[in-house]
Write a protein that binds this ligand. Structure first.
Ligand SMILES: [Zn+2]
Length: 75
């Protein structure tokens, strides 16, 4: 009887260990993809803050963090 319980516990622990190995390996690869995706960073010509190019306000030849800073530099 005890052997059956021990076998059950052993199997349960083995499965949990396998799950943890998969959890540790898989999500990291999934998470790594967006982080590793190259994103062009630009800096605001007024305040110098760095932001992704997609979020930046494009001026005549420079990038800005906001419309206010673009107006300030390019009235
Ligand atoms: Zn700015």
């Amino acid at each position: 009887m005890i052997l059956v319980v021990l076998l059950g516990v052993w199997l349960w622990r083995k499965n949990r260990a396998d799950d943890r190995k998969e959890m540790a390996a898989k999500p990291r690869r999934k998470d790594a993809a967006p982080v590793g995706t190259p994103q062009i960073m630009v800096s605001c010509a007024v305040c110098g803050v760095h932001l992704p190019q997609n979020d930046a306000v494009l001026g005549k030849s420079k990038h800005y963090c906001s419309l206010a800073h673009r107006k300030q530099q390019e009235p």
